[in-house]
Design a protein around this ligand. Structure first.
Ligand code: BGC
Length: 745
């Protein structure tokens, strides 16, 4: 482990040294992202000891290890010193302790944790270093809670903006997805815990997730839906994978031989364990033989699980051999040794909810916030002469750590936007707060998988006249108004997809009315997924996008609004003008009924918008700064490359404004004369760089030629088509500053 860290720091130091040396200018540590994060393979060094243990176990003890015996652990074998494998959700931080045999919180007092920014936020940093920090920090929290496995990261592709878990997931782009996922897993596993990468795979909607049969053509599967999982296994060496709820090509994913045995293990060489999603198992012998190792689930007597008494009976009936059982037990034991839950060795002790971890959450949050519009430099707020600010909107005070269906975090610190402004504004500025709009849910559905009423005595979009009036008065009587709009984790939630993109609770009307009385109104969206903000975006001069942004989200947001932090987040997905512009909807292939066919094929996200020439509201990769950047002198190191070479593209980024800032240089490849169907362009490299005002930095992006490959279904091979490729270098998918032609031999 120490070697690994040493190795990483050497590469990091080298990267820093070379990047600083190459231009003699001002690049800080942010330029070190070209570091490749490589994980550590599960060791087989303890195999003899493991075989001996297995030889001493009864069939019942072995099978006890293959299923949940509590809500979040399998069975251990205390007499042989085999501990339970203890798991915890999840993407936002270590979940509070759940009772051993039901979903009720255990009621502990020592399980308060740091609430980290959600997956979409992490991706919006476009900074793998943030992702590594995220993994390390969370790994320490997990150890402080004495857990072995984090049920995270969640890396399913954002196929539709309506997906209930869009906020948890990373992106609509497989390259960004893997570049964020890999360092997170490596960072986590450096702390002697396992990542459980979920949900494998093609789990891209909540509607009918328990049974929907997903049909994806092979090329699309390989190029879009699997790359981040593949990199998690091959590069990050994830110790565990979670099988999804849904079916893929007719088979449930926890009993899908093609996905679990053929692809995951045979092709990718996965050595770890496959854990089912909670209650996602439908068979006994079939699941086990198809590659599942541990069945987890929701309350029913644990011995009634498919891999419990039924499995004992199957072995006794000769349907499953004891050798097969031993294979799965051995895999589990290897992972326990790997994270030092067994075999001695000094294991990370960890720490939880520390100031250092809150600061990790702050750093990530502050790099995640995206500035969408800033006419006449409305932001950062200039406080000269400002005596009062109206803070309007339920989202100014809404907390999200523990809301909605699914895993949240019990935390002592969640700085709301209002708290953040109170913390950061001078006492001389008066805050006039008004809630503005009310969340309205169908009472009978409240708390029930986010299903909200559309019809009823009041619609969800109805504003409360008194609340509206209060907001108008606050806006009128203040020098500046900020409306905190968007959604929350009751509205965007696991287990249900949104019905449409509209801003709920009458927020659009509220924003218009506030703008009418105070033109100096800034709109801040707090949400994890795209919304219809066409009109809002036209009417307001400044628009900021924040996320379910963790314990320090409100402080980070206030620092962006007040200019202490220069925003550098970029959208990890496309903000469409209308839902019908999005590929899954334009092809009328969401949500399906029993089956859903991904008719858009490889043209997910911006690939669709760019290829079909549909204008988005805000494109993938987009985000402004308080400064401006000029790109010049973009060039490749050579004109032509062989298959095994790496293209090195350099570009000079000059900060032409008055403040220091961070820019994300993005490289998209296109092949206009391709013999196969291709997207207009695909992201193949990016790097975030920090540049002082007036200074320049040279950014180098390395693209291994193999990244240009497409999946050839006929030969079942990744194939690089020879010929001319154009490399588009820009700061969003729609703002390309230079095009460089290269030839692949
Ligand atoms: C979710 C998983 C989660 C599990 C345990 C399931 O409903 O899909 O992401 O890890 O519950 O809480």
């Amino acid at each position: 482990m120490k070697n690994k860290i040493l190795q990483l720091s050497v590469v990091l130091a080298f990267a820093l040294f070379t990047s600083c040396k190459s231009d003699g200018q001002n690049i800080n540590s942010d330029s070190a992202q070209s570091v490749e994060y490589q994980g550590k393979e599960i060791s087989t060094a303890h195999d003899a000891e493991i075989d001996k243990l297995i030889s001493q176990m009864t069939l019942e003890e072995k099978i006890g290890m293959l299923h949940g015996t509590t809500m979040f652990s399998n069975g251990g074998v205390p007499r042989l010193g085999i501990p339970e494998l203890k798991m915890a959700d999840g993407p936002l931080g270590v979940r509070e302790e759940i009772s051993r045999d039901n979903w009720a919180p255990a009621g502990l007092t020592n399980d308060f944790a740091t609430y980290y920014p959600a997956g979409g936020a992490l991706s919006a940093t476009w900074n793998p270093e943030m992702s590594h920090t995220f993994g390390n920090s969370l790994g320490e929290e997990l150890r402080a809670r004495d857990k072995d496995m984090l049920l995270s990261p969640a890396i399913n592709m954002v196929r539709t903006p309506l997906g209930g878990r869009t906020y948890e997931y990373m992106s609509e782009d497989p390259f960004l997805n893997k570049k964020i996922a890999v360092p997170l897993i490596v960072g986590l596993q450096e702390k002697d815990v396992m990542a459980c990468v979920k949900h494998f795979a093609a789990n891209n909607q909540e509607t009918n997730r328990d049974f929907v049969d997903v049909q994806i053509d092979e090329r699309t599967l390989r190029e879009i839906y699997l790359p981040a999982f593949e990199a998690s296994v091959k590069e990050a060496k994830a110790y565990s994978i979670m099988g999804a709820y849904n079916k893929f090509r007719g088979e449930y994913l926890c009993e899908n031989d093609y996905m679990l045995n053929k692809i995951l293990r045979d092709e990718w060489g996965f050595k770890g364990i496959v854990v089912s999603d909670w209650a996602a198992v439908h068979s006994t012998a079939k699941s086990l033989k198809s590659g599942l190792d541990i069945e987890m689930g929701t309350p029913k007597p644990f011995n009634e699980f498919f891999l419990a008494d039924k499995l004992i009976a199957a072995v006794k009936a000769g349907e499953v051999s004891e050798d097969e059982i031993n294979l799965h037990v051995k895999r589990i034991l290897r992972t326990l040794f790997q994270v030092k839950a067994m075999g001695g060795g000094e294991r990370t002790k960890g720490s939880i909810a520390t100031e250092a971890h809150y600061q990790d959450a702050y750093k990530i949050a502050s790099e995640a916030i995206v500035l969408l519009k800033n006419e006449n430099n409305a932001l950062p707020l200039k406080l000269d002469g400002v005596k009062s600010i109206a803070v309007i909107g339920n989202n100014a005070t809404k907390v999200n750590a523990l809301r909605g269906f699914g895993a949240g975090v019990k935390t002592k610190r969640e700085i709301t936007p209002l708290d953040g402004l109170k913390n950061r504004l001078p006492a001389s500025v008066k805050i006039n707060y008004a809630e503005g709009y009310l969340e309205r849910y169908d009472v009978k559905n409240k708390g029930n998988i986010g299903d909200i009423t559309i019809n009823g005595p009041v619609t969800i979009d109805q504003l409360d006249p008194a609340k509206l009036q209060e907001a108008i008065e606050a806006a009128k009587n203040s020098d500046v108004a900020i409306v905190f709009a968007g959604s929350n984790r009751d509205y965007e939630t696991e287990a249900s997809d949104r019905r449409d993109l509209h801003l709920p609770f009458g927020q659009e009307e509220l924003i218009k009315k506030v703008l009418a009385v105070n033109p100096k109104t800034i709109v801040v969206m707090i949400a994890g997924a795209p919304f219809d903000i066409n009109e809002v975006s036209q009417k307001t001069s400044a628009l900021v996008w924040s996320w379910f942004n963790g314990s320090e989200g409100g402080n980070a947001l206030a620092d962006v609004l007040l200019g202490k932090v220069n925003p550098s987040g970029k959208l990890p997905w496309t903000m469409p003008k209308a839902i019908t512009d999005s590929p899954a909807h334009a092809t009328n292939s969401f949500p399906g009924t029993k089956t859903v066919e991904y008719k858009e094929g490889i043209l997910i996200g911006y690939r669709w918008f760019d290829t079909k020439k549909v204008a988005p509201l805000y494109p993938f990769g987009y985000g402004l700064s308080y400064t401006t950047f000029d790109f010049s002198d973009a060039k490749a190191d050579k004109a032509s490359y062989a298959n095994n070479e790496t293209i090195s593209v350099s570009v000079t980024v000059k900060n032409t404004g008055k403040v220091a800032g961070k820019e994300v240089v993005q490289l998209y490849a296109s092949k206009s004369d391709s013999k196969i169907v291709r997207a207009a362009q695909e992201l193949k490299g990016f790097q975030k760089v920090s540049v002082e005002a007036g200074k320049s930095a040279t950014v180098t992006i390395k693209v291994p030629v193999k990244e240009l490959a497409y999946y050839n279904v006929a030969t079942k091979k990744w194939t690089v088509e020879p010929g001319k490729y154009t490399l588009n270098v820009g700061n969003s998918s729609r703002d390309i500053k230079s095009k460089i032609d290269v030839t692949i031999k």
